[in-house]
Ligand binder design. Sequence first.
Ligand SMILES: NC(=O)c1ccc[n+]([C@@H]2O[C@H](COP(=O)([O-])OP(=O)(O)OC[C@H]3O[C@@H](n4cnc5c(N)ncnc54)[C@H](OP(=O)(O)O)[C@@H]3O)[C@@H](O)[C@H]2O)c1
Length: 297
Amino acid sequence: MILITGATGTVGVRLTRELLAGGVPFRALVRDTQRAAQMLGPEVDLVEGDYERPQTLRVALTGIERLFLISPLTPRLADQEGNVIDAAVRAGVEHVVKLSTLGVLGGLSSPEPRQYPLHRLSEGRLERSGMAFTHLRPGPFMQNVLSFAPQIAGEGAFYGSWGDGRMGYVDVRDVAAVAACVLFGEGHERKEYGLTGPEALSQAQVAGKLSAATGREVRYIDVPPEVTRESMAGRGVPEWLAGAMVEVMASIRRGGTDETYDGVSLVTGRPPCSFDDFAREFAPAFEPRMAEASEPV
Ligand SMILES: NC(=O)c1ccc[n+]([C@@H]2O[C@H](COP(=O)([O-])OP(=O)(O)OC[C@H]3O[C@@H](n4cnc5c(N)ncnc54)[C@H](OP(=O)(O)O)[C@@H]3O)[C@@H](O)[C@H]2O)c1
């Protein structure tokens, strides 16, 4: 049996859909079963569990052979994933597929964004656990851009501190498709997959592609990191997370992230979604009346 974690999150919701569509039997660990049932539908087999309460993990992992491990970006990431890894070893889980990030590969100029060492710590713990493992390392999600939809709809612009740095965006649905193939397939033990779309893009290029897709001019406006951090604080983003996001922007601005990886096509056998395709599909989300609605998934 497969157990997926983070099922109500950005990646997990799409992974749940992939597994349901493929007719793959699986269970989803969630903190709130009622809320999750409303989100995911009655056909998903739910089990209650919380990374911060290891006793709940023991029950949730009973009878599980393969586990998809994902945790939210907080200072507790390595501790929470450590709790799950320890419980998985005790439960006899055979293979853990961990969602990590491209940033763990290093090679960026210092200072390193705060979340990368946490993911690296967790990857190391998993590698030493004795269980088979696969690391999925995506670049930034294309769907992150949807959070700019209200600004783009309102003033035709979005703001950030990436400078001219480029990054290998990936569609979350491709990440989910890879995860489903790895969980269901064979031969992925001890593999590490970098996951990006077909090209690394600067924010000016992203703006150009959004302009082409929407038929309205979209501009990227670069602002100092303090302005980005204050704006995030104003929107209620927790201080640690805002710091992590600004640090990622700074590392991309300094360069060294202008790379693409072929994990999506290697694992799924089809090319990854391009930003042009993504922008065309989600163009209505950047129109004034759509931007008021909730983020499309
Ligand atoms: N965003 C990007 O561009 C990007 C790029 C590369 C890598 N990543 C990595 O992706 C990961 C985040 O993935 P995501 O965006 O899918 O996550 P997300 O949307 O933040 O969702 C987090 C999930 O974890 C669950 N969760 C939170 N605390 C939990 C706990 N104590 N016990 C059990 N479950 C818990 C949440 O459940 P509830 O519904 O109960 O809250 C939710 O399902 C991070 O590790 C990040 O580094 C992100």
